[in-house]
Design a protein around this ligand. Sequence first.
Ligand code: 13P
Length: 242
Amino acid sequence: MSRRALIAGNWKMYGLAAALGELDALSAALAQQPVDADVAVCPPATLLAAAAARLKGSPILLGGQDCHTAPEGAHTGDISAVMLADAGARLVIVGHSERRRDHGETDALVRAKAEAALAAGLTPIVCVGETIEERQAGQAEAVVGRQIAGSLPERGEAVVAYEPVWAIGTGLTASTAEIAAMHAFVRGVLGARGARVRILYGGSVKPQNAQEILALEEVDGALVGGASLKAADFSAIIRALK
Ligand code: 13P
């Protein structure tokens, strides 16, 4: 199978202008030791245009963290996929569990956002994942299966990120057995298109655990939160790719 690995950093609501120095450091590290993988950083939208200018000529891709379903309109405070693309983004995260939780985003809304991203020429990274209560109730696969069915666009190049909610920002990582089982399940749910869709793991990926996670059969990369904020940690995770 020839899916190209993708390591994406999600800066969440962290990063002022000074944080662009981390991008310079990351870019320098990759220039020194190129990797055969896609590397992306999703900074806050306020930094996108400046980041794009700084990264001119660098293989690092930029992404947004959310987008509206419409290309433009009277939606105060929202940002469209077209605007993200205009600012230099190539990808956008949609349906992150923090947005599902903080903004009540439903599967249908997430799918509409992913479709808007595709229409704007962006690759959507569609996030799914169960809570600890759902896992303990034996519902993890049912929840993730429902999220995929409801939030992944039917066609177009999308990426899926499996991020168990209980492993995000907690330092708790799912075990390699849990990750392997869920990724195999997701691959199955994707059916015929599963051979093309990249499935990332996210949830407390760190330099110390990246190698064993990225080595798993159905893991095509990682969506990294906290450890993507420092170029040294993020490049160590990228280097953990085989
Ligand atoms: P952490 O890596 O900080 O656990 O965050 C994961 C995440 O939510 C990436 O989108």
